[in-house]
Design a protein around this ligand. Sequence first.
Ligand code: SAH
Length: 256
Amino acid sequence: MSKEKQTIHEFDLNVIYDYFSNVERQGPGSQEITLKALSFIDGLTDNSKVVDIGCGTGGQTMVLAQNIPCEITGVELWPDFINQFNQNAQNKNLHDRMKGIVGNMENLPFQEEDLDLIWSEGAIYNIGFRRGLNEWRKFLKQGGYIAVTENTWFTEERPAEIQEFWQKAYSEIDTIPNKVDEMQKAGYLPIATFVVPETCWTNYYSIMQKTQASFLKKYKGNKTAEEFVGYQRYEAELYYKYKAYYGYVFYIGKKI
Ligand code: SAH
């Protein structure tokens, strides 16, 4: 769901969520990049507390659950995604290791200084990178980690078409050094950043493209569905045209 929040509210949410409900991941990502980011996190034990914010149906949560020894709580605004998340956990026999709860990243139901790791792939943009880093920090223990992906400019200057598109869709988009600076200012030691490979985006867009035909058939004549797919196709076209200029970056920080 690499879409901007404000536009989402202009459409019928049910239809939009239906569009994303049949895929494993709702944003660009992969098992490999989840594991790569995880390799920077030290010291997780059976008793650690891990939270995956904006977890969707739990594609990346499952990878975490299969590779760390503790329980993970997925938090997600959309109840249907959480039902799917818990069903997926059950199917993979991971339900004792990962639990999905309905919740809002703007008002998380956790205690202060309690968590060892906050994870969030393709979701922090909903609250904004700066606000998410600042507001979520209090839930982490000292020395706890945060790992998030964020849409980022790769170059100092960009062609006007893509500059304007993302400025409007997500005005917090910025360069890696500026994002790292924000992480530092929010009270984290920046541990690592790496660019999420292009294949994560091209896989994501090609999976979504495959679902578009049946989605449009199901919602034939529905303006919301048609406009939404139109917007998705435009976003994907822009990505293929301008992928040298932007993409997701993983940011990993440690609370100091
Ligand atoms: N992490 C998943 C999903 C990314 S899509 C993946 O990478 O596949 C972003 C998710 O954030 C969506 O599932 C959306 O419903 C959720 N979301 C949006 N606003 C939210 C909020 N305020 N609180 C919690 N989740 C939210």
